[in-house]
Design a protein around this ligand. Sequence first.
Ligand code: IMP
Ligand code: MG
Length: 235
Amino acid sequence: MAEMKSTVENRIQTDPLVISDSFEGYSLTYFNLPLHYRDDLQSVLIPYGFVQDRIEALANQIFADLHINLPEQLICLCVLKGGYRFFSDLVSKIQLNNRLHNRRSLPMSLEFIRTQNQPNGQLEIIGLSDLHRLKNRNILIIQDIIDTSSRVEILKQKLEDFQPKSMHVVSLFKKRQSDKDCIFKPDYCGFEIPDHFVVGYALDHNEYFRDLEHICILKESAVSKYKIIDKRFAE
Ligand code: IMP
Ligand code: MG
């Protein structure tokens, strides 16, 4: 019997998947959505399962690129709160790579921070009590979404001061900007999306909508319906 030759390379594209401006999302009627948000959503931009698939591709690529040996560890830095679900799923999928491969591995330690804009315009990092611990370490910043890029750029600059050995940024989403100065390019990115305000999968609007599975576009009416009650709690 002739030997079967696989000519198809199993390569997954790890550049961001580009969602075009003309795509307005899927009709809500195809999805199982919580009753409490049904009237506030315009459409489903990216279904949960699709997000999971992209995260798997990102995890595989990060594992392939950044594998290291103990005692070194990759410090996976979760930017709360919006990044918590992406962080959790990405780390789990990297762990799966660790179980499936026996020639290379990626030991990880997990850290959690919050960033808060101060009244003086400064960005404060809350949660990493000893930033000097980052000296000579490998860091992966795990971020939910990049809009104007200002937060991630300032965060990166601040962390550079502590002289890490390497620093990479992975963002699940990056908004395509036409009128804003968005020059920051994350090292890894799941989706490039149109310039809509999106919620779900831990991304919020004033602390609402984190408890929604799919990435959805908000209706205009919902923006004012869920106004900021106390600015101190805005992430
Ligand atoms: P940037 O500094 O303008 O890039 O903003 C990044 C942060 O703003 C993210 O970490 C989110 O917390 C928030 N953000 C920006 N766009 C959205 C959105 O469409 N939905 C939810 N949060 C967003
Ligand atoms: Mg927020």
